[in-house]
Design a protein around this ligand. Sequence first.
Ligand code: ARG
Length: 402
Amino acid sequence: MSRANKVVLAYSGGVDTSVCIPYLKHEWGVKEVITLAVDLGQGDELQSIQQKALKCGADESLVIDAKEEFVTQYAYRAIKANALYENRYPLSTALARPLIAKLLVETAAKYGADAVAHGCTGKGNDQVRFDLAITTLNPSLKILAPAREWRMSREETIAYGEKYGIEFPVKKSSPYSIDCNLLGRSIEAGPLENPMTEPPEEIYLLTKSIQDAPNEPQYVEITFEKGIPVALDGQTLPPVELISRLNEIAGNHGVGRIDMIENRVVGIKSREIYETPALLVLIKAHEDLESLTLTSDVTHYKRAQVDLTYSRLVYEGMWYSPLKEALDVFIDKTQERVSGVVRVKFHKGNAIIVGRQSDNSLYTPSLATYSEDDEFNHKAAEGFIYIWGLASRIWASKTRSS
Ligand code: ARG
């Protein structure tokens, strides 16, 4: 029985998605497989990916360059939300999924496909993100996930592909599972599965070790406009270029490595290593500029209620949910005055914010100063404190007398 007639498959060029092509055709009776590789800045992986897909038996092979959309519609939103899952992971992989899902759905409509497919297993977060995004964007599309059902080991998967003439490079295959795009790299599996094992230096490609980082510090000024980074050292840069340049600078100074145990959506704890130099720096700088330009109540509310929730929503695959969309509106409102410059000092694994300025700065020297220019009304503080502490004093007096 055929599971679908025409399928658009999200294609990375790796073993699993390559084997998906013959599997969909021979096991699940799919007549036509169109592969879609989305260029999100993963670099080498994309080389000759179209020929590769055709060799695996794809009927048509597409590549869409979505780098700019990825930065402006996805990464910028995360920066404005200071989005760090579990306070650490800047969601570099998670942010890519709703965009790939959207392009799958659009391509399916364009080519008259009745299904879309992906190569995710049943244990990860990415299947959740893909499936939720796809069903929200087009509930009538079938979703096929061969790797979630085929129960083949790595060796069996490779053998299956070979049966259908797919050659896998003989170079000894890496024990790691790696996801990579312009925002960073996620690395797991192999020796990293032991949480006590220090990640070997060989896994890192975007960041130097602290030891190899330059001895001299480097300063960079990042300009933000309404919460969005627009320039480095005063030079306005297109979105993709700004991220690439900052990745290089920060990575060169050993900034951007994260080693964490995280809670997956499906309940599993996993150990993942990330390299996300630019994104981490941008979030840190952005957060600092917010401290200068937002009032105390907006800052506290945003950090505690909105930013935390936002990062969880993105991680858990709720990009196209009503709550996420409503929070975007709130966040955009807060960002209207988050413009200015943040000065960052890179040195030996650190990105230290050493200065910030803004035309919308709420920092008021005449109130903050301890010098003779002080204009703050000290006397008024007395009455303020009397009333501010009143309820607590009444409560405490009862405790004492009982
Ligand atoms: N844990 C990260 C996330 O869920 C990355 C997942 C992909 N990682 C990988 N090494 N293939 O967003």
